[in-house]
Design a protein. Structure first.
Length: 253
């Protein structure tokens, strides 16, 4: 009996530690009941993961920004962690796209972005915005990396076919070095898929990270966008790339 009680208590403590280790933060421009949930399945490691869902018309406004007025829909999470220009940052996470995950050939769905406060202003589609440093976007059958270049064409790198990502966990590692000679690297399942260097990158006040589901210019789809669901797990941020790799022995969610 006492052995069984010890096993149960150990499991509870392990689960509590996993929950406590999840990076603190807040939902961003999303307030639907279904948009963000902590779930017990599927998980990459540990007892819990973070489930995002966006349905047609899911938009919100705060802080002077209105997704509904800017043809956007989203459910994202923004960790509290911020970092300054010149500081390196590595980000690791695992993402699961269901086997029936739908995509559009006209509307981009962003699943991760390094954003910035006080960065350049850009006009796209007749609307002003402050673009992020980078976005990982799903468009048609491509997962691609877009690096935003002020005053010039953006840089695009194809990372994978969406068909190869559905129905399984994919481990993502990102390393970003800002400064006079910026560099952005992305690995999928430990294979380097993008290495972008030396683009114009005026320093902002600070950088931050967002993940989930974000789709822009949704009217281009030609009708309501289909519901999209993605599950994220094992989100880590640290200057050291090796410290953000998934570690099933020490899960964070």
């Amino acid at each position: 009996m006492f052995e069984r009680l010890s096993v149960i208590l150990a499991g509870v403590l392990c689960a509590s530690a996993a929950i406590a280790d999840r990076l603190p933060g807040a939902r961003s421009l999303s307030d639907t009941a279904w948009g963000y949930e902590i779930v017990g399945s599927p998980t990459r490691a540990g007892p819990q993961a973070q489930r995002f869902e966006v349905r047609a018309g899911d938009c919100a406004a705060n802080g002077g920004w209105d997704d509904c007025a800017r043809d956007r829909e989203r459910s994202e999470f923004r960790p509290d962690r911020e970092w300054l220009p010149g500081e390196p940052m590595a980000i690791g996470f695992s993402v699961y796209l269901p086997a029936d995950f739908p995509v559009s050939d006209r509307v981009k769905t962003t699943i991760a972005q390094i954003h910035q406060r006080g960065g350049p202003i850009r006009v796209a589609g007749g609307l002003t915005s402050r673009p992020p440093v980078m976005q990982m976007e799903l468009l048609d059958e491509r997962l691609r990396l877009t690096v935003h270049v002020p005053g010039a064409d953006n840089s695009h790198t194809d990372l994978a076919r969406v068909s190869a990502l559905r129905g399984r966990w994919v481990d993502v590692l990102i390393r970003f070095e800002s400064g006079d000679s910026p560099r952005l690297q992305v690995w999928l399942d430990d294979t380097l898929r993008a290495d972008v260097t030396d683009w114009a990158s005026p320093p902002p006040e600070f950088f931050y990270f967002k993940y989930g589901i974000y789709r822009s210019f949704v009217s281009r789809h030609g009708g309501p966008m289909p519901t999209q669901v993605a599950v994220f797990d094992e989100l880590r941020m640290d200057p050291d790339l090796e410290r953000v790799r998934p570690d099933p022995a020490h899960p964070v969610d």
